[in-house]
Design a protein around this ligand. Structure first.
Ligand code: DAH
Length: 344
């Protein structure tokens, strides 16, 4: 038995030297020191020894056990050290490497301008609504005081889908839709941003699809001075506190009187330059008092109620604000253009 024990110890230690990682180390422990190991089997056989040999053998057995235990602990410590070193080497971070730049997105200039304008009008108590891009002739023209043979229809060359259906040429039909939805309730204070379509040749200042923001206010006793005050507040918020607005007489079938609205040229501050063609003023929108016929057709008695409306083009405002010389740049999505608007 003694010989057997020595052999066992030798084999165990030899195999321990061959164990290469902590996982096989656990296996080793089960095999050589576990309940079903040869040592355990031997110790169970101790009962068959004489009373004289038993303590001696028992002691030897303990020594071997102790030796294996010690060797195991040493090997374990060594393997853990090796594995940790490997792990650390694999996880090394070079803190001197320059960081990777996170590419920053930019808000499209048209969206930027729409958001800024929405912000201003929300501040004045307006709500934002939107409406269909596929409209009926009825809403796009008829109810805006533009009957079929009206010459002013030529101002807006139209994409017709059928005889009655079309792509809206302006956001003004939402004036009518909003009044119908409100069913005679006042006040109405809305703005309507949205896309509109016209059969225009695309060039530096025209596009067959572009954006508009419509505004509508209806109540008792709304006056032209309310329109002017509202637009002045808007112009100062968008272009700066020294802004002024100038109203010029104009014509739109759905407003009476109608006006075109100028702001002081954002380039030369009114001195006169190429952008404003020497006038010092730049046109930014069309507006007017809602035509009595439009009010009446939409269920608001023009004897009782009055209102003002306006329509503007965010593209034009973006071009002025950011010095963009060609409207087409805003539809091409060239990153060299768009990335200039990070942080705007
Ligand atoms: N709808 C007009 C256009 O597209 C712009 C406009 C002018 C809208 C006067 C209005 C307005 O609400 O009152 O040319």
């Amino acid at each position: 038995m003694d010989v057997e024990l020595n052999g066992l110890r030798e084999t165990a230690l030899k195999r321990l030297g061959e164990v290469g990682d902590t996982r096989s180390l656990a296996d080793w422990r089960v095999e050589y020191m576990g309940k079903k190991s040869a040592i355990s089997t031997l110790s169970k056989q101790m009962g068959s020894l004489s009373a004289e040999d038993r303590p001696k053998f028992g002691q030897r057995m303990n020594e071997v056990r102790q030796a294996l235990e010690t060797a195991f602990a040493a090997r374990q410590a060594e393997l853990e050290r090796i594995e940790q070193a490997k792990r650390l080497a694999a996880e090394t971070i070079d803190v001197t490497l320059p960081g990777r730049r996170v590419p920053m997105g930019a808000i499209h200039p048209i969206s930027r301008v729409i958001r800024d304008i929405e912000e201003v009008f929300l501040g004045m108590g307006f709500s934002i609504v939107d409406g269909p891009e596929v409209e009926t002739d009825h809403y796009n023209f008829e109810l805006l005081n533009l009957p079929k043979d009206h010459p002013a229809r030529d101002m807006q060359d139209t994409f017709y889908l059928t005889e009655e259906l079309l792509l809206r040429t302006h956001t003004s039909p939402m004036q009518v839709r909003t009044m119908e939805r409100m069913r005679g309730e006042v006040p109405i204070k809305v703005i309507v941003p949205g896309r509109v379509y016209r059969r225009d040749e695309d060039d530096a200042t025209h596009s067959h699809a572009f954006t508009q923001i419509e505004g509508l206010v209806v109540d008792r006793g709304v006056r032209m001075s309310d329109l002017k005050g509202t637009l002045e507040t808007f112009a100062k918020a968008l272009f700066g506190p020294n802004q002024q607005v100038r109203l010029r007489p104009s014509y739109f079938p759905f407003t009476e009187p109608s006006t075109e609205v100028d702001v002081i040229c954002v380039h030369c501050q009114g001195d006169g330059c190429r952008v404003c063609k020497g006038t010092g003023w730049i046109e930014i929108l069309g507006a007017g008092m809602v035509h009595p016929r439009v009010l009446d057709m939409s269920g608001y008695d023009s004897q009782v109620y009055s209102g003002f409306a306006f329509g503007m083009g965010p593209e034009r405002i973006a071009m002025l604000k950011y010095g963009i010389s060609d409207i087409r740049l805003m539809y091409q999505n060239d990153l060299r253009f768009l990335s200039q608007f990070t942080g705007v």
